[in-house]
Design a protein around this ligand. Structure first.
Ligand code: HEC
Ligand code: HEC
Length: 505
């Protein structure tokens, strides 16, 4: 307890010092390479604007993994820590031999977990979860840790064991992030265990750090120079905490698989025979063509993405009851009724009373953000520009080092409905509930420093704690101590003012 307090004071002090020098130009917005996707190796560039980026307009610069994991172990030291916990699951089996396994690519990692694509030439539905292949899906939108970075042009891949049971394992990956997320069933500890696989590439050691060309193309899937595996408990007091979404009912309840769009037509998931799935596949192929694999699902199997298989995986593991489930068929129907050009053309956003009900629970702090109501989360103009850039890169007329941040395609107007920005019109208290409570509530581990800020206990919270919160709100988005973390949410200056006033009362 005591040590956390000290650490947090140091962080806060560092923060205040850095803050005054960082108010600077709200620039960098048009230079994705400089604000790079987890671009450099620790050195914050310090050129960010404060919390006033229009969310969805541009992905705000963010602290790197190294910034956030500074206090954590890495490499062999972390491997020993992980292995000392014992257990019988695919991850510890992979990691805890006499020495660390050789993992230099995403394919190596999948192979070591028993998720290799053994039949790369199978096609159609047979390619998926059959003939030695793992199950797999791609999605054009996510409500997870990587929500802000997922779209049809930069999809999230989930690759999983075809059978659940004792060897259940699943991996999530999206380009741009130097990590993969894993869940594995532990047969000796009788439950699910969650792991974050953080890796580095040669570019991490380069002076300018990694560029979009190294992070948003097949380059990120290989050439790994190091791999460190953390468990959820190692990262629970960081913004990479898994439990606030995968163990929402409290620290002593079972951890769960999540799939908010559990049912046909699985709105945001690629599938070659649903209207939404087809629209997303079309956007994906427009940029990536037909010869590039992803995640690394073989190129000729991308169209075999099958959310029905993920559905049976999740149901089979006992998680048919999803909190605040996104009722795919009904929501898609309502959206199409209100905006008939959906899902292919999303310029007129759809509306859905069913979705509104889910969103209200999120606003009330009772659930994580539901997925966006429309199939596409992309701004057609931005998407066209990034598609063309990626095509030029593939064709060789654009050097990798000049590739823009192709994740910068989100529809600005959708930021609120995607949960990246606050619902307009909330007061200070309402903003705290919507923007902070999912990570600051009594269901989470109460022994870590984060628990000192509990949105449900504002009335009895100390003045000191409220001041700590105030000091966090206006930090630059590159600052690891920024609240809310820019990976998840952004407040406007006016909203920060309302939250501050509430905390000063
Ligand atoms: C903000 C909420 C959130 C956080 C934080 C989060 N997840 Fe998830 N996770 C989800 C959701 C929602 C899904 C379902 C697919 C999607 O929306 O992309 C998911 C899916 C997954 C999957 C695929 C299997 C499944 O459950 O469907 C894995 C593996 C996974 N997460 C691992 C992790 C790990 C490891 C961490 C922590 C390092 C983590 N997640 C943190 C929300 C979250
Ligand atoms: C995605 C999860 C997440 C969200 C959303 C979030 N926080 Fe945090 N917060 C954390 C984590 C993790 C920590 C612990 C690490 C740290 O101190 O930076 C933390 C730490 C804090 C602390 C320091 C507590 C202490 O005494 O050490 C304060 C204060 C805080 N957050 C306030 C806020 C406010 C205010 C909001 C909303 C405007 C918010 N947070 C939104 C995850 C989150």
């Amino acid at each position: 307890m005591r040590t956390w307090w000290v650490v947090s004071m140091v962080v806060a002090a560092g923060v205040l010092g850095a803050c005054s020098g960082e108010v600077g130009p709200s620039g960098g917005e048009d230079s994705p390479a400089s604000q790079g996707p987890s671009s450099n190796d620790g050195a914050s560039s310090g050129t960010s604007s404060s919390g006033s980026n229009a969310p969805g307009e541009t992905a705000p610069p963010e602290p790197t993994l190294d910034d956030i994991f500074k206090s954590l172990k890495s490499g062999e030291e972390q491997r020993k820590e992980l292995c000392a916990r014992g257990g019988t699951n695919r991850v510890t089996q992979m990691m805890c031999g006499a020495s660390a396994p050789k993992i230099e690519s995403l394919a190596d990692l999948q192979g070591a977990l028993g998720l290799a694509f053994q039949s790369p030439n199978s096609t159609g539905r047979n390619a998926n979860g059959q003939n030695g292949n793992p199950g797999f899906v791609l999605s054009g939108h996510s409500s997870s840790l990587v929500a802000r970075y997922t779209s049809a042009i930069n999809p999230r891949a989930i690759v999983f064991s075809p059978q659940g049971g004792a060897n259940l394992v699943a991996m999530g990956f999206v380009r741009g992030e130097q990590f993969a997320e894993i869940v594995a069933r532990d047969s000796s500890q009788n439950g699910l265990r969650f792991f974050l696989v953080a890796f580095k590439q040669a570019c991490n050691a380069a002076p300018g750090g990694c560029t979009p060309g190294e992070l948003l193309t097949p380059a990120i899937e290989k050439g790994w120079t190091s791999v460190t595996i953390y468990e959820d408990t190692d990262v629970k007091n960081t913004i990479f905490d898994c439990t606030h979404c995968h163990q929402t009912a409290g620290t002593n309840t079972p951890k769960m698989l999540r799939f908010q769009e559990l049912q046909n037509p699985w709105t945001h998931f690629f599938r070659d025979n649903t209207p939404g799935g087809q629209a997303l596949l079309a956007d994906y192929h427009a940029a990536h063509g037909r010869a590039e694999g992803y995640g690394p699902i073989p190129a000729n199997q991308i169209d075999s993405s099958d959310p029905a298989r993920l559905e049976s995986f999740v149901r089979g593991a006992g998680f048919a009851a999803q909190p605040n489930e996104f009722l795919t068929s009904r929501i898609e129907q309502e959206v199409r009724q209100s905006a008939p050009s959906q899902p292919g053309n999303n310029t007129t956003p759809g509306t859905s009373p069913t979705w509104q009900g889910l969103y209200s629970k999120f606003v009330a702090g009772a659930a994580i953000a539901p997925p966006y109501h429309d199939v596409k989360v992309t701004d057609p103009t931005k998407l066209a520009a990034m598609t063309s850039a990626y095509q030029q890169f593939l064709g060789g007329s654009l050097e990798a080092s000049k590739l823009p941040d192709i994740r910068d395609v989100l529809l600005g107007a959708a930021a609120v409905d995607m949960g990246l920005a606050a619902k307009p019109g909330l007061d200070g208290k309402g903003l705290l509930v919507q923007m902070c409570q999912s990570c600051h509530n009594p269901n989470l581990d109460q022994t870590i420093s984060r628990a000192r800020f509990d949105v449900t206990k504002l009335a009895t919270m100390s003045r000191e704690e409220k001041e700590v919160a105030i000091s966090r709100l206006r930090l630059a988005s590159t600052n690891p101590a920024k609240m809310p973390p820019s990976r998840f949410r952004t407040l406007t200056d006016a909203e920060i003012g309302l939250v501050e006033a509430e905390l000063r009362r």
